[in-house]
Structure formats: C-alpha cells, structure tokens
Design a protein around this ligand. Structure first.
Ligand SMILES: NC(=O)c1ccc[n+]([C@@H]2O[C@H](COP(=O)([O-])OP(=O)(O)OC[C@H]3O[C@@H](n4cnc5c(N)ncnc54)[C@H](O)[C@@H]3O)[C@@H](O)[C@H]2O)c1
Ligand SMILES: O=P(O)(O)OC[C@H](O)CO
Length: 333
C-alpha cells in the first residue's frame, strides 16, 4: 500500500511514521526543500521532531504530484488556516476512491466551517464519501517515538473509517471509529482554546483547583456547542473530547497551553507567537469560537475570555474575576 501525507510539520511527519509500519511507501509533502532532503537522506525531521528516527519508507517531496501519485490514503496535516489553499493545489492530483483524512484541529475563521465541511466545500462531490477526520490525545513527539497512542477516526461512511483504522493499526497506535464527525471536530478544535485558558491559569499561578475547574467547565461549553451543531454528547466524553482536553490542558508538550502560560505571565500575543515555530491552533479558533457563540446563541464563557485576553488586551486577572462572578447557575444547565 502507498499513502500520502500533506504537511511535513510535527504531526504530519509523526503520522507518516505510523503509516510507514503498514505501507511500503509514504509520500510526505512539505514546502521546505531542504527539510525534505534531510528527511530523505538523514531520516530525521530536524526542524520539527529533532532526534527522532523517521522510517526510510517515508519519502519527502515538495511536489504535490509526486506525493499523491498512486496514494491509496491521503492525510491532510497542514494547519486549519492553510487547508483550503493546500487542498485547492492538491486537487488536480488527488486520487479518487482513496480516504482523505484531515487531522487539523480548527474551525476556519472566515466561514466557521469544520475541516470536513471545508473539504466538502472545496472538493467535487465524488470525493465526499471518502472524507474522514482523525482526532484525539496525540502529541506528535510521543507518536513519532512510538509511544502508545489512541485516537478516534470519524467519517459519515463507516467503511471509510474502518479502512483508515486498518491502515493505521500498529502495536503502538490504536483507533476507534465513529460516525460523529461533528462531535469529534468540535472536541478537537475547542479543546485548544480551553488549553490556552488552562495555561493562562497556570501562568498566573492559580493552582490545581482552577485547572480542574477550567477542564470541567470547558468540557461543558464544548459539549454545549457540539450538541447545538448536531454532535452526540457522548463523543465529548471520549478520546476526541475529554481525552484530548485533559492531555492538552495538562501536558507540558502542548503549544496551546504554552501560549496560555505566556499570556498569563503578561506577554502580548504577537510577541509569544513570534517566538514559536509551530502552530497553536487555539489562537485562531478562539476567534471562530467567539463568532460561533454569537451566531448560534450558545454561551462559551471561557472561550470568550480567552479571545478577550488574546485579541483585546484584557487583563487575565480581570478575566478570571469575571468568570468567577458570573450569574450563579445550576451545573447541568
Ligand atoms: N503536533 C501535534 O501534537 C498534533 C497532534 C494532533 C493534531 N495536530 C494538528 O495537526 C495540524 C498540524 O499541526 P502540526 O503540529 O503538524 O503543526 P506544525 O506547526 O508542527 O507544522 C505545520 C506544517 O504546516 C506547514 N504550513 C504552515 N502553513 C502552511 C501553508 N499556508 N501552506 C502550506 N503549508 C503550511 C508548515 O510549513 C509545517 O510543515 C494542526 O491542526 C494541529 O492542531 C497536531
Ligand atoms: O500542542 P497542541 O496544544 O497543539 O496539542 C497537540 C495535540 O492536539 C494534542 O492532542
């Protein structure tokens, strides 16, 4: 079997390494020719996963045509804000009848579309039955190091989810299938915003009680939005919901939590982002969450405060006071 991964950042490379267990060849597309060359000759992605061996079956290239040639499975692993542009360039070479799996965890700012909705928007209808999403607690570094990782693969079409599950099954990588494409994607995208909030609390030195409260109430608001958009509430207590939320709000490897910690320490967003090479999807998704909240009339109080701190210069301490002194309510409302 031959697979293609579009996006040679940390997660694309890590997933290419997983696919290389069951595939004879994995084409890995990226924009950086020097990086592609290094992956092919030294079998290491020194820019994103330094020191971690990458299978020689992974063949990096800057040509979408070469990466996608003969692929029986396509993974899209560029950040969500780049997905529309990348898929439009990939379309002429995109194989028919091959699953197309998005792993980006974000909601597009301008359209408020999830990644599978965006793919349906960009691709001709004949591709739609092959669209799937992979999400769940999966730091790229641990995945690449072949540490045990378990995720959810969702598709409207069961057969497609099962095909992806089989291709990715290894001794250290396991997945569960789902048809709740909506719940899986809102869980994956919104947990990044809540992780920024958890980081802010940590940056302010607010302790374990505050972090647990953010995770729990964060899950409540993610679930509220996902259910309003047609998701199954049980999905949000699964791997792509609570599982990924806990990982990202507590894990030292999280880029979103890192952004939050620096915001909590009083640094400005642009200054924090300028120091980062990798994407923190929650920054852009905070804006989508705020707009979605207004559009569909669902309260997302923690996401709203993250937006205000990151984009409007609100003081993190003032945001905490505002959250704590909201109108008293019942927990289950
Ligand atoms: N890293 C993880 O642990 C992890 C885990 C699960 C899911 N994800 C998700 O996977 C997606 C990719 O994340 P990542 O961690 O690999 O990011 P990254 O920052 O490590 O790499 C991003 C890659 O996309 C490329 N890129 C950026 N903008 C581009 C553009 N406009 N056009 C083409 N290529 C572009 C970069 O050159 C880089 O190769 C994100 O949505 C992220 O949330 C990441
Ligand atoms: O490093 P983060 O915060 O982008 O999180 C990475 C993954 O989404 C964790 O599952």
């Amino acid at each position: 079997m031959r697979a293609a991964v579009i996006g040679s950042g940390s997660f694309g490379t890590a997933l290419a390494n997983v696919l290389a267990v069951n595939c004879e060849q994995v084409g890995l597309w990226g924009r950086d020719a020097a990086l592609a060359d290094a992956i092919n000759t030294r079998h290491e992605n020194s820019g994103y996963l330094p020191g971690i061996p990458i299978s020689p079956r992974v063949q990096a290239t800057t040509s979408l045509k070469v990466a996608l040639e003969g692929a029986e499975m396509v993974v899209l692993a560029t950040p969500s804000h780049a997905t529309r542009d990348v898929i439009s360039h990939a379309l002429p070479y995109l194989p028919k009848h091959a699953p197309i799996i998005t792993v980006a965890k974000g909601i597009e700012n301008e359209t408020l579309l999830t990644m599978t909705e965006l793919l349906e928007d960009c691709l001709p209808e004949e591709y739609h039955p092959y669209i799937a999403v992979l999400s769940g607690p999966s730091f790229a570094k641990e995945l690449a190091q072949r540490m045990p990782t378990v995720v959810t693969i969702a598709s409207h079409w069961d057969k497609v989810a099962v095909r992806c599950q089989k291709a990715l099954q290894t001794e250290t990588f396991r997945s569960y299938t789902s048809n709740d494409v909506v719940g899986v994607q809102y869980g994956g995208a919104l947990k990044n915003v809540i992780a920024i909030a958890a980081g802010i609390a940590d940056g302010l030195g607010m302790g374990h009680n505050a972090r647990a409260a953010i995770i729990t109430r964060g899950l409540a608001e993610i679930t509220r939005l996902a259910v309003r958009k047609g998701g199954n509430p049980l999905t949000l207590s699964g791997l792509s919901g609570m599982g990924d939320l806990v990982l990202t709000c507590t894990g030292e490897l999280s880029r979103n939590r890192h952004v939050g910690m620096e915001l909590g320490r009083g640094r400005a967003l642009q200054e924090i982002l300028a120091d980062m090479k990798q994407v923190a999807e929650g920054v852009k998704t905070a804006k989508s969450a705020r707009d979605l909240s207004r559009k569909v009339g669902v309260e997302l109080p923690i996401c709203d405060q993250v937006y205000a701190i990151a984009y409007e210069g609100k003081s993190a301490r003032a945001a905490v006071v505002e959250l704590m002194t909201r109108q008293p309510k019942s927990e289950l409302v």
